[in-house]
Design a protein around this ligand. Sequence first.
Ligand SMILES: C[S@@+](CC[C@H](N)C(=O)[O-])C[C@H]1O[C@@H](n2cnc3c(N)ncnc32)[C@H](O)[C@@H]1O
Ligand SMILES: Nc1nc2[nH]cc(C(=O)O)c2c(=O)[nH]1
Ligand code: SF4
Ligand SMILES: [Mg+2]
Length: 243
Amino acid sequence: MSRIPVMEIFGPTIQGEGMVIGQRTMFVRTAGCDYSCSWCDSAFTWDGSGKDLIKQMNPEEIWAQLQNVGGKGFSHVTISGGNPALLKNLAGLVQLLKEKNIKICLETQGSKWQDWMLLIDELTISPKPPSSGMVTNFDILDTIINDKLLSSDFIGNLSLKVVIFDDADFVYAKEIHSRYPEVPFFIQVGNDDTKTVDNQALVSHLLQKYEALIDKVMEDDELLDVKVLPQLHALVWGNKRGV
Ligand SMILES: C[S@@+](CC[C@H](N)C(=O)[O-])C[C@H]1O[C@@H](n2cnc3c(N)ncnc32)[C@H](O)[C@@H]1O
Ligand SMILES: Nc1nc2[nH]cc(C(=O)O)c2c(=O)[nH]1
Ligand code: SF4
Ligand SMILES: [Mg+2]
């Protein structure tokens, strides 16, 4: 049975981001990423600092752990990372969760495609703006969004989510939205202090940034059909891991 590198399994908690913000969910966070975003809030999944946390697990073991940690009280699992789309053999977990009648949410950046993504109920693609230091491969992103998802039998919900740190990121976000106008579009406040444990200072800083981002969107006559969100989990728990 093929094994999946799992970094952490936690919950139940709320989905703090994007199109199903507030949704009660469990999380499965996989190890490894093909990107190395300068501001990644989950860098321990790929920078070596969390390597002792990685467990190679098969789908049945992941299901058992989800039940151990979450009890019987969950109907929704969010798969994030790292980049879960690096893992061809996540198909087995996705299949098993389907059999158990669990709704599945996926967080990925749109750099890789796997056929099991067609089975995801809520698929969030989060292309990375210039401040990340990453460069979007638009050939791949076009293929994923236009060919694999929009013009296929994908029946889940798709959304795009861009994290904003500066003006160049805002310009990039507008490019993404106008390239894929039919895909529900979210912009999210960037957390530029992912290390602090001073939650009070962090929350007031992030709320200020949220207000500034709202103001910027409202002044913009082109970015109309957009949802502007904070990372709700950061406002509630700061930089705490596993929530
Ligand atoms: C940790 S990533 C994992 C999934 C996938 N690699 C991705 O980036 O979409 C999950 C989400 O957190 C966002 N994120 C990462 N670091 C962040 C930060 N410092 N502030 C705000 N959002 C952040 C990412 O853009 C992504 O939407
Ligand atoms: N509560 C909560 N919501 C989240 N939404 C996306 C997350 C992620 O790290 O992918 C995340 C996370 O780590 N925690
Ligand atoms: S793509 Fe996601 S997990 Fe990978 S470095 Fe960027 S934010 Fe972190
Ligand atoms: Mg996170």
